[in-house]
Design a protein around this ligand. Sequence first.
Ligand SMILES: NC(=O)C1=CN([C@@H]2O[C@H](COP(=O)(O)OP(=O)(O)OC[C@H]3O[C@@H](n4cnc5c(N)ncnc54)[C@H](O)[C@@H]3O)[C@@H](O)[C@H]2O)C=CC1
Ligand SMILES: N[C@@H](CC=O)C(=O)O
Ligand code: NA
Length: 445
Amino acid sequence: MKPIQVGLLGIGTVGSGTFTVLNRNQEEIRRRAGRGIEISMVADLDVERARGIVGDRARVVADAREVIANPEIDIVVELIGGYGIAKTLVLEAIAAGKHVVTANKALLAVHGTEIFEAARAQGVMVAFEAAVAGGIPIIKALREGLTANRIEWVAGIINGTTNFILSEMRSKGLDFAAVLKQAQALGYAEADPTFDIEGVDAAHKATIMSAIAFGVPVQFDKAYVEGITALQAADIRYAEQLGYRIKLLGITKRRDDLATAPGGAGGIELRVHPTLVPSQRLIANVEGAMNAVVVQGDAVGSTLYYGKGAGAEPTASAVIADLVDITRLHTADPDHRVPHLAFQPGSLQDTPILAIDEVVTSFYLRLQVADQAGVLARITGILAEHDISIDAVLQRESAEGEKQTDLIILTHDTVEGRMRAALAQMQALPTVLAPIVRIRKEELK
Ligand SMILES: NC(=O)C1=CN([C@@H]2O[C@H](COP(=O)(O)OP(=O)(O)OC[C@H]3O[C@@H](n4cnc5c(N)ncnc54)[C@H](O)[C@@H]3O)[C@@H](O)[C@H]2O)C=CC1
Ligand SMILES: N[C@@H](CC=O)C(=O)O
Ligand code: NA
């Protein structure tokens, strides 16, 4: 049988990895897919560079629409990125009856509903394993392997660039900007690296996982997003002393307590922020550009998925897995395929994504305070007034003659809105000398 014909849109980091791996493992992949898979056409604005990569093994064009218009092409792989031209091209490919594979989490987190609906109407598949945690088969796990479970929460290190930065800062004491440059040179960072360091990329991925885990539409606009740019070396050190590591986590959690409250509609937490995690947890020890995702299901308990979340060949591994899935399934009745978001389209629910004030976590607080009697009592008094209980307190030994000190407080779980009110009151105290640092903390049990 003639190999299935693939057209690649964009042959940068992931595109070139896909081309290389598909060629290198061609025979093995054919034996698995039951049919050869061949990239016969490539579109990239930089035609010369693209030709340098593919040689005479595929036709290279500058205009992606030539690929989409080619009736010989069965699957279009979008590896351009972003919400702009990529969206137009994906929708045009679907309209032309092509199956689509994409690594573009930004596109799916923001426009997924429209794209999946267009694909359903056309009877084609949109596959996106590479969009979340690169080479880790987390979409496969959530959508298929864990399908028996009522998923309770998902938490993960899902941005390699920021994990690389945090690891290098902690272990080598390196400077933020220098490590970011290294991450860019290694091909981990997004075209616009603010997406990485401000938590946006992780929020795109968390949004997709949330939709699949809980059967709700993708709603990136409702995600709470906080990156690592405000993180200070002092807090990484204090966290370590207290037995914690700071990781940028993407978290999505079902709030059954709200569903069972009188008149409660339930709710879903969807958030990305720096998080203190106990150092003994496996996920706290995930270093460098590696990713890891913990999924808590009611039947299976806790499962952990670990691997490379970025880079050319790890991401290509996921792109090619999707190509194999489509090769195996494209002749199947569309109703017999795995639904895009794991739940049948008519069974998605409109459970609300909660505002950050409604989220429940524990907290790490660092207050720079005047080193004088009664300060600690006043602060703990404010926390008590807001019904926030304290788990641990650490006070830095002040040097001879020093008039200020650092007070570190770990709290038990509380609703964020309550903490916000307490922080405002503490910040107004004349004995609190600098903006209070607050970092959320998760036990991940
Ligand atoms: N780099 C990584 O480790 C990972 C990337 N991704 C995603 O994969 C996608 C691709 O990322 P990279 O390969 O890193 O990007 P890249 O910037 O290395 O490659 C993009 C390629 O698209 C080409 N391009 C731009 N506009 C085009 C157009 N209109 N028509 C044809 N070609 C065009 C560029 O010339 C470039 O060669 C993005 O959505 C990214 O978020 C996902 C997982 C990991
Ligand atoms: N920029 C992303 C690339 C993969 O999605 C990351 O650093 O994880
Ligand atoms: Na993946």
